[in-house]
Ligand binder design. Sequence first.
Ligand code: MLT
Length: 347
Amino acid sequence: MTKHLLSIDDVSRDDIDSLLKLTDGSADLRTRRIPRSPALRGKTVAWLFYEDSTRTRLSFETAAKTLSADTLNFSVNSSSVNKGESLRDTVETIGAMGVDGIVVRHSCAGVPQRIANWIDAPSSNIAVINAGDGAHEHPTQALLDLYTATKHLGSLEGKHIAFVGDIRHSRVARSGAAAFAKMGAQVTLVAPQTLLPPSLEGWQAEATNDFDSVLAEVDICYLLRMQLERQNAALVPSLREYRAEYGLNQTRAKRLKDSALIMHPGPMNRDVEIAGDVADHPNAVITDQVSNGVALRMAVLFNLLAVTDDDDATSAAVTDDDDATSAAVADDGDATSDAVTDEMDPS
Ligand code: MLT
């Protein structure tokens, strides 16, 4: 895997397979009586969130704390940004504090890449993780969605996923379509013409305006939130009309295959893209997505931060599926990962 996680392009299919396997170990650790591993003890992760977030930020924080990393909270509202500090100066200041990772969310596409370029001195081991940049990418969301879908459906090869809604402004759809296509799934984008991307170039997906025509065929029906904060013009006549054509209501849900999953990245607009009772449907795996998000982000943080370079990464070890506890880094070159994790959990 590359040094940073900025885009789904940074991970190959093999990288994804190993990340999902590592996520199994992380999920297992989270079920323990004391869900803690020392895997990232001594590492520091800074959160650089320039845009609102509840679940992604809490998910990353929980993941980092579960792996015993220290965290630095950067709050835009009470920071020097309000005194006119540039993004570059902020990043350089945080970098100079000796952090090992920066998790960044920004409303402008490309910001995580810029930050990675600024800090990519040969001597720097800081990993940058994109937690959502504008309407561009949200790679950890795509990876947790792959994990969730795989847990329920097995291999995604040949499976059909429809992303439904505001594709044009959705970083979730952009990263998700690329990730699902990488795993061999067929991807269909479903939206009114005004909410489809202006061109499908670069998307490994087909598109339709007719939601009803794909309902009976899909294995995953993935609803997206209307990104009103990124729209600068009325792109649908009204939310009521949008809901009538593109909302997943009970009537439409009944036409899905019995095994079809209903997914949504949250936050949901109940009764707009998804009817309230459909959100609570037995095939809706929306809370699984949230809980798998923590395990997946543990795997990502471990992968990017635990092994940095030859001198300090002498003892990184990840347990395997034999008695698979979790990811754990053996300390001082003697303890094995199992011993360390067992020590954390005497049960
Ligand atoms: C995002 O950050 O893009 C969210 O997970 C999805 C949304 O805001 O609709």
